[in-house]
Design a protein around this ligand. Structure first.
Ligand code: MN
Length: 331
């Protein structure tokens, strides 16, 4: 997935130090992905109020709708993309030579590191598509490493008490995902039987958030249906989950991220200059840094213009204020 905002803002991502459990409902923004039939996604990360949950820094939900996904070659740096379809099939090709179809039950994990490019095209015309794509910010020691790609078809499923949790990333109930990430994280797709009232154990050192994928679920006392992200803060060792008619939740969490980040377009970096360089490298000679995605000829997504704003990462002392932007010279 690509951020196809034509005028994306630079987003300053501070680790937010939330001291105790909260129930904060964050509405999704609808973002057009472009193309002939203008597929839309619901974006719940990053937002001004919540740029990160652990190292999770981006969350798009697509569908459910009969639509075509056609995301042409585009670059990434400094992050991992996690693609988890619930319906439909997506053809992934990248500059590492990966050429795979990802289907429901399968997870694609692409680690961009220093630079990679990829395309994502749904199979069939106007078929039902539904799923999520998330990005994970890489820690400083891994953000500039060579790119890699893996597909995981046998993720562990932990069942009990009306729940069936597929472990996408990290560990749930003693079962660990084979997907390799750089910081302590959890990601799980949790199917909930009708009539379930139970508690889900959580790592109290993590901050967490949940998104309803299907149905209506009561989470920690808050009614949740597909759309908004429910941010839960840190310091919980369990979560109450209930559903009268059954449903499905995406749980994400992790240790609050150590570094301040700057996100712009499809890049995660640590300075404005790093972002400017990444953009220049895509526009001037994309192949040298980002390689070539086979099968698309000259088709690619051009980088948008940089905003007239220079952002400097700054340490935030607590969770009271908003992100700070400093007007400055154009990069
Ligand atoms: Mn992408």
């Amino acid at each position: 997935m690509s951020n196809l905002d034509t005028r994306p803002d630079e987003t300053l991502c501070h680790p937010v130090l939330v001291r105790g459990p909260v129930n904060r409902l964050l509405e999704a923004r609808e973002v057009p992905l472009g193309g002939l039939r203008a597929m839309h996604v619901q974006r719940t990360l990053p937002t001004r109020d919540l740029p990160l949950v652990g190292a999770w820094c981006f969350l798009d939900t697509f569908g459910p709708e009969h639509v075509d996904m056609r995301v042409l070659p585009h670059p990434h740096i400094g992050l991992q993309t996690v693609t988890w379809p619930l319906a439909g099939e997506i053809h992934h090709r990248d500059s590492l030579g990966s050429d795979v179809v990802v289907r429901p039950g399968e997870l694609n994990l692409m680690t961009a590191g220093h630079g990679v490019s990829h395309s994502e095209i749904s199979l069939g015309a106007g078929r039902l598509l539904h799923g999520v794509q998330l990005w994970i910010a890489l820690p400083a020691g891994e953000a500039d490493q060579p790119a890699r790609f893996s597909q995981h078809r046998d993720l562990p499923v932990v069942t009990g008490d009306g729940l069936a949790a597929t472990v996408l990333v990290g560990e749930v109930g003693g079962s660990s995902s084979p997907a390799r990430v750089g910081t302590p994280l959890v990601g799980a797709d949790i199917a909930i039987d009708a009539g379930t009232v139970t508690t889900l154990p959580l790592n109290h050192r993590f901050e967490h958030a949940v998104l309803a994928l299907e149905g209506a679920v009561t989470v920690g006392g808050t009614e949740l249906s597909p759309g908004p992200l429910l941010y839960l803060g840190a310091g919980r060792d369990h979560l109450q989950v209930a559903s009268a008619d059954g449903g499905r939740l995406l749980l994400i969490g992790g240790e609050p991220f150590a570094d301040d980040l700057i996100m712009w377009w499809n890049f995660v970096g640590r300075s404005h200059d790093e972002i400017v360089q990444a953009r220049r490298d895509w526009e001037e000679d994309g192949r040298a840094r980002y390689g070539l995605v086979p099968g698309h000829g000259d088709e690619r997504i051009p980088a948008p213009a940089l905003p007239n704003l220079r952002l400097t990462p700054r340490r935030r002392r607590d969770d009271a204020g908003g992100a700070t932007a400093e007007p400055g010279p154009r990069g």
